[in-house]
Structures are given as structure tokens and as C-alpha cells.
Design a protein around this ligand. Structure first.
Ligand code: IMP
Ligand code: MG
Length: 179
């Protein structure tokens, strides 16, 4: 299948993302100031750039782990069915956990991941998502921190893909089809 032609318009600059991460990192440090058992869990693959920048701004003793849940495939529509493609390497029972997600869209992915991780009895679990599209929500899900609320646009960059492309853009851009 060939991709319809599209262009990418910048929506959130690299500078704006970095400034927001600095603010969020201070709030996360305050929340977890009392722990030396924090595991930062990145949801692959979309959060890999965000988690890399976030953890380097966190002055806390942390471990990093990753979990991969299925998402869109190569379309721009959610599949609604969530599968775990790669599980955590470490146990989280009794640990403090920070889940790091790229985007909350319908909410199905995060909701599924939160239930799964909660069933493993972490001491405390908090959730951060870089982007939130509240107008697209189909299931209620709570994130403790949101980087940016965005309108119902398909976005790419800063780790986020469209059919696996554009993850390496340093900013968040919206996809605009030419036809
Ligand atoms: P949800 O399950 O519908 O909330 O979808 C969440 C996942 O879909 C995110 O973790 C992303 O991987 C992907 N996703 C949602 N919106 C976008 C987008 O605008 N661009 C790229 N991926 C997206
Ligand atoms: Mg994702």
C-alpha cells in the first residue's frame, strides 16, 4: 500500500516541549521525593523520546523499564483492542511506578495498561502523558500529568509515528493530507 501524500505542520516546538518537561519534572520529583524505589515505565514505541528527555531531567533514583502494547497498525484509527506485545522485564509489586505515555486518544490503551499494572500491586502508580486529545475520549482514564492538550488532529514527531515514519522529528507536527 502506498501512503497518501501529506505534509507536516509544526504544532509544538522542540523548545516548548523542553520547557514543559522542566515544569513536569519538578512536579514528579515532588511527588516521588520520599521514594528510592521508582520505576519509570515507558510505553513503546511512541514514548521513547519523551521518556529519554524526562528521565534526564529527573533528579531521583530511578529504574527504567518498557512495555509495548499494540496500537493503530498503519492506519490513523484506533483498533480498540489492546494486546501486550512486550511485557516489563522487572516485577513492580511494592514498587512506585510512573507510567509514561505519548498520547491519550480514545483512552483504551492507557486504560488497559493501567489495569494490568495495578493488578501487579505496585505501592503507588502515577501516569504522565505528553499529549491528550480529550475530544476523542471513549473511555474514562486518569493521567496525573499531561504535557499538552491538543485538538483532534493526527500528530507525529518526538517519538510519535504515522505508519512508523516521522518519529525522529524534534517537534510535534500535525499531518495534513494533500488530497
Ligand atoms: P488510544 O488507545 O486510542 O488512547 O490510543 C493511544 C495510542 O494511539 C497512543 O499511544 C499512540 O501510540 C496512538 N495515537 C493516538 N493518537 C495518535 C496520533 O495523533 N498520532 C500517532 N499516534 C497516535
Ligand atoms: Mg502509544
Amino acid at each position: 500500500m502506498t501512503q497518501r501524500p501529506y505534509v507536516i505542520d509544526e504544532m509544538i516546538s522542540a523548545k516548548a516541549i523542553a520547557a514543559r518537561i522542566e515544569v513536569l519534572a519538578r512536579e514528579i520529583e515532588a511527588e516521588f521525593a520520599d521514594t528510592d524505589k521508582l520505576v519509570v515505565v515507558g510505553l513503546l514505541r511512541g514514548s521513547f523520546v519523551f521518556i529519554a528527555d524526562l528521565v534526564r531531567d529527573l533528579d531521583l533514583p530511578i529504574e527504567v523499564d518498557f512495555l509495548e502494547a499494540s496500537s493503530y497498525g498503519d492506519s490513523t484509527e484506533s483498533s480498540r483492542e489492546v494486546r501486550i506485545l512486550k511485557d516489563l522485564r522487572g516485577a513492580i509489586e511494592g514498587r512506585d511506578v510512573l507510567v509514561v505515555e505519548d498520547i491519550v486518544d480514545t483512552g483504551f490503551t492507557l486504560s488497559h495498561v493501567i489495569s494490568l499494572l495495578k493488578s501487579r500491586k505496585p505501592a503507588r502508580m502515577r501516569v504522565i502523558a505528553l499529549l491528550d486529545k480529550p475530544s476523542r475520549r471513549e473511555i474514562t482514564v486518569h493521567a496525573d500529568w499531561i504535557g499538552f492538550e491538543i485538538p483532534d488532529e493526527f500528530v507525529v514527531g518526538y517519538g510519535i509515528d504515522f505508519a512508523q515514519r516521522n518519529r525522529n522529528l524534534p517537534f510535534i507536527g500535525k499531518v495534513r493530507f494533500n488530497d
